[in-house]
Design a binder for this molecule. Structure first.
Ligand SMILES: O=C(O)CC1=CCC(=O)O1
Length: 93
């Protein structure tokens, strides 16, 4: 199942080393899922500390598990949009 996910990040003031470590953990976690094929796209939302990502996962439970375990999850607002095939998509056959 494909899902589009918008993640808005709102980090509180924190120790600079803790912030650096947190962002490194987030990048490593995200890149591992990208290499595994479940995190298909990640795009920065221009002008905002947010991203729009596309996930290809078995079901909503798996997406929830991925999002819940994001190191930045406590500092994010997340919107999930399930995706379906568009009838005008020339690749859909
Ligand atoms: O910077 C962001 O948009 C938050 C984020 C999610 C995965 C990642 O590597 O950064």
């Amino acid at each position: 199942m494909l899902f589009a996910v918008r993640m808005q990040v709102d980090l509180p003031d924190m120790d600079p080393n803790a912030r650096r470590d947190l962002l490194r953990e987030e990048r490593e976690y995200s890149q591992e899922l990208q290499r595994g094929g479940e995190w298909v796209h990640i795009w920065r939302v221009a002008g905002s500390y947010a991203n729009i990502s596309v996930f290809d996962v078995t079901d909503g439970d798996r997406l929830h598990e991925i999002l819940w375990n994001l190191p930045l999850f406590p500092y994010m607002s997340i919107e999930v949009t399930p995706l379906a095939t568009h009838p005008s998509d020339i690749r859909a056959g």
